[in-house]
Design a protein around this ligand. Structure first.
Ligand SMILES: [Mg+2]
Length: 321
């Protein structure tokens, strides 16, 4: 059994303490008699997907990702497409977002513990989100995400952010900061959840979450779970900029403090500006846009689309934590 195990470490080289990482991995693989570890660095053009395919071709059984949300998305996408749920993914968080890592309860900032959990921890199957995209130029594509996708202003900000700055600040924080600084501009989307009557929404951003916890203990989608087979939707369309501030205070403080209490929940529901936040969930979210609109998956901007179908793919990814 032990002779057939092989770790592949897919890492973003700019941020990782390679010595620490090697020591932590070898502390497990050498005494365990694992096959020699594969070390695969990511680059600007290959952000995790191609490395994952190489690792699978060389019989990796345990993939360890050391990087941010973009690297994790690339690896998860390749694993899901390959259908290899026998191969597990562990996470050594090194970015600033780490939406999936936080949702899985991976300890941030402790390389040794993250490596141990990622290689030898309990195996779980989690959902991923699938996006079937129709781009403004008519091209089609199918992509996957593990954390949060966005259509509208958040994606437009990501599109216009230089990658180094995005990595430094973290994409969620950047979106928050960027949105407060921008003049209000709305997108008009037709949104249908699970085949129900489509709703016409005028909004800043439509966020679709597979995982709901964000950095800074912000819970944008308090009910989002990683294995419930549904995606959570937050439609954000405040009338004025200051509503964004109200929106963020609402999600940071009120979700944490008030949401768990049924009275608090009723209070929130009765006082919430329903045009500001509407939480919905479903296995299938159909989105049509009147005009080309930007889309991002886990902080990766993909360009302008006119249509996207989001689907929850239940338990499509095996992780170790
Ligand atoms: Mg879910």
């Amino acid at each position: 059994m032990s002779s057939t195990q092989r770790a592949a470490v897919i890492y973003y080289p700019g941020r990782v303490d390679r010595k620490k990482l090697v020591a932590a991995v070898e502390a497990i693989t050498l005494p365990g008699g694992w096959e020699p570890t594969l070390w695969l660095a990511t680059s600007d053009s290959e952000t995790g997907g191609p490395q994952t395919l190489r690792a699978l071709a060389q019989n990796a059984t345990h993939i360890l990702v050391s990087g941010g949300d973009g690297t994790i998305r690339g690896v998860a996408e390749a694993l899901v497409i390959s259908g290899r749920t026998d191969v597990t993914m562990g996470i050594v968080p090194s970015g600033t977002g780490n939406v999936l890592a936080r949702n899985l309860g991976v300890e941030l900032g402790n390389v040794q513990r993250a490596v141990t959990a990622g290689l030898t921890g309990k195996k779980y199957s989690v959902d991923v989100g699938r996006a079937d995209l129709v781009f403004a130029n008519g091209e089609l594509d199918q992509r996957f995400f593990t954390g949060i996708a966005g259509v509208g202003l958040d994606a437009r900000i990501m599109q216009n952010t230089n990658p180094a700055l995005k990595r430094k600040i973290g994409w969620i924080a950047y979106i928050e900061g960027g949105i407060k600084a921008l003049p209000a501009k709305f997108d008009r989307l037709l949104v249908s959840v699970d085949g129900r009557e489509p709703r016409r929404l005028k909004l800043h951003s439509l966020l679709v979450g597979n995982a709901g916890w964000l950095p800074g203990n912000i819970s944008l989608m308090p009910d989002a779970r990683l294995d419930d087979g549904v995606l959570d939707v937050a439609a954000i369309g405040p009338r004025r900029i200051w509503n964004w501030i109200d929106f963020w205070s609402r999600v940071t403080w009120q979700n944490k403090v008030m949401r768990p209490l049924s009275l608090g929940r009723r209070w929130m529901d009765s006082t919430a500006n329903l045009k500001t936040i509407e939480n919905l969930c479903g296995a299938h979210i159909h989105v049509l846009s009147e005009k080309p609109v930007d889309i991002q998956l886990d902080g990766d901007p993909l360009g302008k689309i006119v249509k996207v179908d989001f689907n929850a793919v239940p338990r499509a990814l095996s992780v170790r934590v």
